[in-house]
Design a protein around this ligand. Structure first.
Ligand code: ADP
Length: 503
């Protein structure tokens, strides 16, 4: 073999490769099922090359017919969790930027032609869940390959299963550590699965006359099929229409719903309700290794909160996919606040101690959620998952878990949202580090902080920089809503990793 022959990373001897099974010295070949910010990030990453995937031809055609710079359609409205809808909300990224520091641009620009790779093999696949379900069981993965989603991610992301798993871990914790430990699981509203738990629900309903309940299809998203009710009659009407009795064999199995206690006292800002979208990255379930992104956002409803109009989705559902259809929705102003702004607002209003408690509560929700499925998820070193947690605060500042998404929307609703998502995804690739540029010991990579590494991760003293009001507020390595100086931090860790590797 000549001196100049490049040997693919996965064909090198184990010693020649990094112990973390990473590609060494060639371009990284990726596939992507989505056509939004993630595709921009992947295409803009130096040394990464797209290979034909199921959407490749379609993507190429759309890319070639993109509108000119400054076009009105340069950013698309968000589509909730429906990232696979074929929206072309992509914006070419600056291929001159390093993967570590590129921040993305908005507005369309000419894109360099995609180089085809004839063998169709890939190193990294941002696939959709349907593709994974259809192919995972029959697919062989090479040492170095990385793919989005764990095989049975729905254990956490289907509303009924999430609650079931949390209830089970709570019971186990109470058995093993006592009742008081079980209290740390009281962060999701009382929930029953329908139709299977209908009778227990009716008993609970009768015990609490007058309160509001919310009905949600277990496996749908973007607020679809959700309604609020206070009378059992409303659900009996629903039962007649939607829920088909199992005894009738000619009919399909009824759709599973969850019925959940509605949080009637949400924390309001400007009279409006909001929930918080938080990004969490799991790179391994066994041992559990979890990263938390500093930036997220609060999604506000467009209409002032009131319990008088429980049929009004614009008042009660904070999904952007719902709110953007409100008659007075302003796409320029949008309905989002960054978590930094939210944290600053809460700190100014309630003080840093109260805010510290809120964010500690959120950390607890994140880790307990993942622990509840830790033994169930099929762990695979090739898989990773980026979850979108939805958290609602009540007027006591108690955080409630509403749901966990395995495909949080990556389509940007505007410039700021695009920048957040572009940085988030670029940093996710920095954490996975297929380029093998880091040491593997980092506790912070760009905007991602290592929250759990087979146990809680504590912040280094020098890392106590959560300074919305000038003081450090936590000892956990958790900085949600804190300043995200990702570019500076990335420069520092890459320099220091290079120095360590040289010695
Ligand atoms: P979807 O997957 O369809 O988005 P969610 O469970 O996230 O369903 O609910 C949609 C929205 O409804 C949430 O973003 C939140 O604003 C509101 N919501 C859901 N459950 C509750 C609840 N128990 N109490 C108050 N509001 C809720």
């Amino acid at each position: 073999m000549s001196k100049n022959t490049r040997v693919p990373g996965y064909m090198q001897s184990k010693a020649a490769r990094n112990a973390r099974g990473i590609i060494g010295d060639r371009e990284i070949r990726f596939k992507c099922s989505l056509q939004n910010t993630i595709l921009d990030v992947l295409r803009g990453r130096p040394g990464w090359q797209e290979v034909p995937g199921p959407n490749f031809q379609q993507q190429n055609m759309q890319q070639n017919s993109r509108p000119a710079a400054g076009s009105q359609t340069s950013t698309q409205p968000p589509d909730g969790k429906g990232n696979k809808t074929g929206s072309t909300g992509t914006t070419p990224s600056n291929t001159q930027n390093s993967p570590a520091t590129s921040g993305g641009k908005t507005g369309y620009q000419p894109v360099p032609p995609i180089q085809r790779n004839s063998d169709g093999d890939w190193d990294f696949y941002w696939c959709d869940r349907e593709w994974l379900h259809q192919n995972y069981d029959t697919m062989f993965l090479h040492e170095h390959q990385k793919i989005l989603h764990f095989r049975n991610h729905y254990e956490l992301t289907r509303k009924n299963l999430m609650v079931k798993n949390l209830k089970r871990l709570k019971k186990q914790t109470e058995r093993e550590q006592g009742k008081s430990e079980g209290l740390s699981f009281d962060f999701h509203p009382t929930t029953y699965e329908l139709p299977s738990e209908y009778h227990i629900f009716v008993e609970e309903f009768k015990r609490n006359p007058g309160i509001t309940w919310i009905m949600k299809p277990a496996a749908k998203s973007q607020g679809k099929g959700i309604f609020l009710f206070r009378r059992l009659k409303d659900i009996t009407d629903w039962k007649k229409g939607e829920y088909q009795p199992l005894t009738d064999t000619t009919r399909e199995v009824p759709e599973t719903y969850v019925v959940q206690r509605y949080i009637e006292n949400p924390y309001l800002i400007g009279g409006r309700k909001f929930d918080i979208r938080i990004y969490v990255l799991v790179v391994s379930y066994n041992p559990l290794k979890v990263w938390l992104y500093r930036d997220g956002f609060a999604r506000f409803s467009n209409t002032r909160f009131s319990l008088d109009s429980i049929e009004d989705a614009y008042v009660h559902l904070t999904n952007v996919s719902v709110q953007k259809n409100a008659p007075d929705y302003d796409p320029e102003k949008g309905c989002k606040w960054s978590t930094l702004r939210l944290r600053q607002y809460l700190s100014a209003k309630h003080g840093s101690e109260a805010v510290k408690k809120v964010f500690k509560g959120i950390d607890n929700i994140i880790t307990k959620g993942l622990q509840s499925v830790q033994k169930i998820i099929i762990n695979d070193k090739h898989c990773f998952e980026m979850y979108g947690y939805d958290i609602l605060l009540d007027d006591d500042l108690k955080p409630w878990l509403i749901e966990i998404n395995a495909s949080p929307s990556l389509t940007a609703s505007g410039k700021e949202d695009y920048e957040l998502k572009f940085g988030l995804l670029n940093d996710l690739l920095n954490v996975l580090d297929l380029e093998n540029r880091l040491t593997g010991k980092e506790k912070r990579i760009g905007g991602w902080d290592l929250l759990w590494d087979d146990g809680p991760v504590l912040a280094d003293d020098g890392n106590m920089e959560c300074t919305t009001n000038g003081t450090s507020v936590t000892t956990a390595n958790s900085f949600l809503g804190c300043h995200n100086d990702r570019k500076r931090q990335l420069r520092e860790i890459y320099t220091s990793a290079q120095a360590i590797k040289k010695t």
